[in-house]
Design a protein around this ligand. Structure first.
Ligand SMILES: [Zn+2]
Length: 273
């Protein structure tokens, strides 16, 4: 394999951010082994880059995604580690281009150490989210899945297995969460990872306006306009979960920000709830 990339400035920023965010995910303990995955719609960013492709590697898809025909994505590799992506994007991620029919793709760069390289097994689920983002004209082009420990811990507690109490708990632990995620986060009940059912449930939550969807007893998916913003959203929400659990671990039931204190934030920051 001899493909290489001369990344334009936009593409270079995306690759740099992907590497930086990957190391944060690993340092936070949210990306054990090959956990988590990332995809970025780079169709626009790629225009100023030059890819010298050795041989394009075609991969069929079980589903069809006609609205994504011809679009290009940076996607992490299946079985690859986020901590390795931070060191070498070329070996642990790939750039792929969807076919004209949207029912397959060609890997045009990346996976450099393995001719059998494939994007994450969650790629079909990412595609469903990208499909929604395109159809709704959303500004987000990044889909990030990771395992934020404290947020997952909350989903093991019966009282937080619904959006209302979950959002209230996160908002009440830190004002930043209300400001950053004013409508809260979505919640998806436990389903087998990688299923179309979970993908559709996740898309439904994004359709309701959430930027993060928390998967019960598994992890979360965030959408954002940059890799770093996606990381920041999860980092902010997880901070609240951490504070809540610290209080619980100390044997305390935290009082949290009162309703009127949250309302003050809505007014002060002109938030849309
Ligand atoms: Zn996962």
């Amino acid at each position: 394999l001899c493909d290489s990339i001369i990344a334009g400035s936009e593409m270079k920023t995306i690759l740099d951010e992907a590497a930086e965010a990957s190391s944060y995910l690993w340092e936070n303990g949210w990306a054990e082994r090959n956990a988590g995955n990332l995809s970025v719609d780079i169709s626009d960013a790629l225009s100023s880059s030059i890819i010298l492709s050795g041989d394009e590697r075609f991969r069929p898809l079980a589903g069809s995604y006609p609205s994504l025909a011809g679009r290009s994505y940076l996607v992490t590799g299946t079985g690859r580690r986020f901590r390795d992506l931070a060191k070498d994007a070329g070996q642990n991620s790939c750039i792929l281009r969807m076919t004209d029919g949207g029912d397959g793709f060609n890997i045009v760069w990346g996976g450099l150490d393995n001719p059998d390289f494939n994007p994450t097994s969650e790629w079909p689920a990412h595609l469903r989210v990208h499909e929604f983002l395109r159809a709704s004209g959303a500004p987000e082009n990044v889909v990030l899945h990771t395992h934020p420990t404290e947020m997952i811990a909350l989903t093991h507690m019966p009282e937080y297995k619904n959006e209302q109490t979950l959002c209230q708990a996160l908002w009440s632990m830190h004002p930043e969460v209300k400001v950053t995620l004013p409508i809260g986060i979505g919640f998806a009940r436990y389903m087998v990872p990688g299923t179309e059912e979970l993908a559709m449930e996740t898309v439904e939550a994004f359709r309701r306006g959430f930027k993060i969807v928390l998967w019960e007893m598994h992890g979360c998916v965030a959408i954002a306009g940059s890799v770093m913003s996606a990381f920041d959203l999860i980092d902010t929400a997880n901070k609240s979960a951490k504070i809540l659990l610290m209080c619980r671990a100390a044997g305390l039931t935290p009082q949290g920000l009162e309703k009127h204190q949250q309302d003050e934030l809505v007014a002060a920051f002109g938030l849309k709830e």
